[in-house]
Design a protein around this ligand. Structure first.
Ligand code: ADP
Ligand code: MG
Length: 757
């Protein structure tokens, strides 16, 4: 019998050394509690039928069934000179037949002969009309003889065998006879069944867990007791039990996070910001009077909110969302000028150097003599716009820094990295962050300290990738959200088509003809590749075998190669340029400038052009291997065309097979230009961690179970309870268990403001 354990007990004290070590290596779990917070990926119900439509390529499945037939033949690989056996089994589960295939695995036919009942875990793929599992992990549940022999299958099964024997000796149900069989995520060779064994072992040792939530909160929110929830989440008897348990565990994460955010908000609200009320005859008023267009209603409304925010001494925290081309930049510029008019400075942060350079250029152009302070012909109230990037010469950089520290520069444009680390401002009043929804609390904290006399600068974050409300609330906690819904006059919607390059090679040819037609009509084209050259990280699905490639996808198109091919072939005679991240900054800038000036007709590039680049004459965007890009990335990319009142065309070229997930995603992108719909789709397809990135300052990445996409309602409820708890007990003195959880969530983040009233 294992010793008693709490959630803090190291796994090594409860589990076999080998198993504990492998779980720690694969998943990073050190303690019982961490293991228990890895919930099953799903639960398999006995005889449950499969919906064949849901079994899309790449879907991870675990099947339990009998081997109905088995065939083995010799194979060899031309490339690797490997020889061995190819064994194909048919296995039936819930009325669906799967082909289970093993390459070069000599002897499999003896481990899994016809009649064996086994569990298989792997990625499903469609091969013609049949479903395949290639090289699944497997566990023999009932060997052919019918006798209970030793456990056979993938993984180190010693611990599992021992546990099995124990359970049987106690007369309890066997490990795998459960109404809902938990299927765990597998990683680095730790199989689903090894994790199940580990979880069962741990739960048998676990003393009842103390609930950090008061019974009143539990009752009000309809929550299961924590100890129950931990057990039922892994070993439920009914679907309802499993759901209630999962809800409880997600609620715990939500409330800890909301308490953390609430505490941070309360702390931040104590520091004032610089009040910058509008000045009657300042630069802002002057530029507004001179604008070559009238602001849209949306722009005026957003601007009114921002104007009011900036006028108070409460630091603004505002997120401005708007489709690509909706005119966020001019709104930001007017906001910055309001601050400049009060004698303070602004900084505009861009995610890349190319973008910073372009912003600088267009701000200078828009301001004209209003931005020419210190030069001949400058307007009376003029300010100065300064660019600061990592690749500037030392002399230029020194001059820029001098302008910034003396306050000569009213507006500073640059990349995050450069400005956050090394710049002292004379009097920073407003930070504008462009196209960067990953700008999170940590980055914000870093800029807080850059204001004068301890004042916290106002913050405006702009993004073309809309963030659903719950996420904005979760990530930023206290961010106000503004939206620009309409596109300024004359802007035409972009039409998007998917080009299946493998199945319909003729279409790809047609795509190049379209590019040529556009160029001949006086327009320009972007062609985007997912990688620079053939040597750089090819992530194409590497099958388990190099000789028998069942997927047969061609390698990814590289920008350098495509540039050469197009210039010599389909686009011969056109001026085709090349731009990618490994070029020196001057060459990148030059390529971009040539394209903008019309010296180049076509620009073959990597995603360095992704955000914000503005060339009104560009009308076509061809994205190669479009399935390699995320949904919002594609949306951003196509926003680069159709900006000059000309209709835009975006062609998503892919070799992804018809009917698969990737293709489905591309078709969805082609079908809508609604950024919100796409943002949702994007989030559904990725893990939040990827989406939110470092916006979370560590805290969100510690959330294992909560989904900011699906748990919106739960998050709102948890937020209400969190506020109540903080109102009554700001120091969490009466909630030690909760305080501990929140502190753990905060991690290494400065906990200064946590619970110090
Ligand atoms: P984004 O929201 O993508 O940053 P921009 O601010 O770059 O959009 O605006 C795209 C283009 O639309 C720019 O050339 C800008 O000058 C122009 N623009 C902005 N507002 C208006 C408006 N109200 N009417 C006409 N053109 C506008
Ligand atoms: Mg922009």
């Amino acid at each position: 019998m294992t010793p008693l354990a709490t959630t803090d007990t190291p796994l090594a004290e409860v589990l076999d050394d080998d198993l504990a070590t492998r779980i720690t290596t694969a998943f990073g779990h050190e303690t019982v509690g961490e293991l228990l917070h890895t919930l099953p990926r799903r639960y398999r119900q006995h005889g449950q039928r499969y919906d064949r439509r849901e079994l899309v390529d790449g879907e991870r499945v675990t099947i339990v069934g009998e081997v109905l037939s088995s065939s083995t033949r010799e194979i060899s690989s031309r490339t690797s000179k490997r020889r061995g056996e190819l064994t194909t089994l048919t296995v039936e589960d819930g009325g669906t037949t799967f082909k289970v295939v093993f390459f070069y695995s000599r002897g499999i036919k003896f481990v899994l002969p016809v009649g064996t009942v086994a569990m298989f875990d792997g990625n499903v793929s469609w091969y013609g009309r049949s479903l395949q599992l290639k090289h699944p992990e497997f566990l023999v549940l009932r060997p052919v003889s019918g006798a209970r022999g030793e456990l056979r299958g993938s993984g180190n099964l010693a611990a599992l065998a021992r546990l099995s024997a124990e359970l049987t000796a106690e007369g309890g149900p066997s490990l795998f006879d459960r109404p809902l069989l938990p299927i765990y995520p597998t990683k680095q060779g730790v199989t689903s069944w090894e994790l199940l064994g580990a979880v069962v072992t741990v739960l048998r040792a676990l003393v009842p867990v103390v609930d950090p939530l008061d019974p009143t909160v539990r009752a009000a929110a309809g929550l299961m007791d924590l100890d129950d929830a931990l057990r039922k989440a892994h070993l439920p008897d009914t679907v309802a039990e499993k759901d209630a348990a999962g809800y409880r565990l997600r609620f715990d994460e939500a409330i800890s996070l909301q308490i953390l955010l609430g505490a941070r908000r309360r702390f931040a609200a104590r520091d004032p910001g610089p009040a910058c009320p509008p000045v009657a005859s300042g630069v802002r008023a002057e530029l507004e009077a001179r604008l070559p267009f009238t602001l849209t209603t949306g722009q005026r409304e957003v601007l009114a909110d921002i104007t009011a925010d900036l006028a108070t001494d409460e630091p603004m925290n505002r997120l401005l969302q708007g489709e690509v081309g909706s005119g966020k930049t001019v709104v930001a510029l007017l906001a910055m000028l309001q601050v400049v008019d009060t004698g303070r400075q602004c900084v505009l942060l861009a995610p890349t150097e190319v973008l910073a350079t372009q912003h600088h250029r267009s701000l200078v152009a828009m301001l004209g003599d209003l931005g020419a302070a210190g030069r001949l012909g400058a307007a009376e109230q003029a300010t100065r716009v300064v660019l600061l990037t990592g690749s500037m010469s030392t002399a230029a950089r020194r001059e820029a820094l001098l302008d910034i520290v003396t306050g000569e520069a009213g507006i500073v444009v640059g990349t995050h990295a450069v400005i956050q680390d090394s710049v002292d401002f004379f009097d920073l009043g407003l930070v504008v962050v462009d196209e960067q929804h990953r700008f999170g609390v940590r980055q914000r904290d870093r800029l807080r300290g850059k204001g004068r006399d301890g004042l916290v600068p106002h913050l405006l974050v702009m993004t073309a990738t809309p963030i659903p409300r719950t996420i904005a609330m979760t990530v930023f906690g206290d961010l106000e959200v503004s939206e620009l819904a309409e596109l300024p006059g004359g802007r035409r919607p972009i039409s998007t088509s998917v080009v299946p390059a493998r199945d319909k090679p003729r279409w790809l040819q047609r795509a190049w003809e379209r590019v040529r037609e556009e160029v001949e009509a006086g327009h320009r084209a972007y062609i985007v590749c997912s990688r620079i050259d053939a040597d750089t990280g090819d992530e194409a699905d590497a099958g388990p075998d190099d000789g028998v490639d069942l997927d047969g996808r061609p390698p990814l198109v590289a920008a350098v190669d495509l540039h050469a091919q197009l210039a010599a072939g389909p686009l011969a005679g056109l001026r085709v340029g090349l731009m990618h991240g490994r070029l020196p900054p001057e060459e990148k800038d030059a390529a971009m400038a040539d394209f903008a000036a019309g010296e180049l007709d076509v620009l073959v590039a990597t995603t360095v052009i992704e955000v914000g680049v503005d060339v009104p004459e560009a009308t076509v965007m061809v994205v190669m291997d479009a399935d390699r890009f995320g949904v919002s990335q594609l949306h951003q990319l196509r926003g680069r065309v159709g900006r000059g009142g000309l209709p835009g065309l975006c062609l998503l070229v892919t070799t992804a097979p018809e009917g698969g997930r990737a293709m489905e995603r591309l078709r969805a992108v082609a079908a809508t230009t609604d950024g919100f719909a796409l943002a949702r789709l994007d989030l559904e397809q990725r893990r939040e961690g990827d989406v939110l990135g470092d916006a979370q300052s560590g805290a969100l990445s510690a959330l294992r179970l909560l989904s900011v996409v699906d748990d919106g309602e739960l998050i709102e409820i948890a937020r209400r309870h969190a506020e109540e708890i903080l109102d009554e007990d700001p120091g969490l003195d009466a909630h030690p268990a909760l305080a501990e959880r929140v502190a753990r969530l905060a991690g290494d983040e400065s906990s200064d403001y946590l619970f110090r009233s």
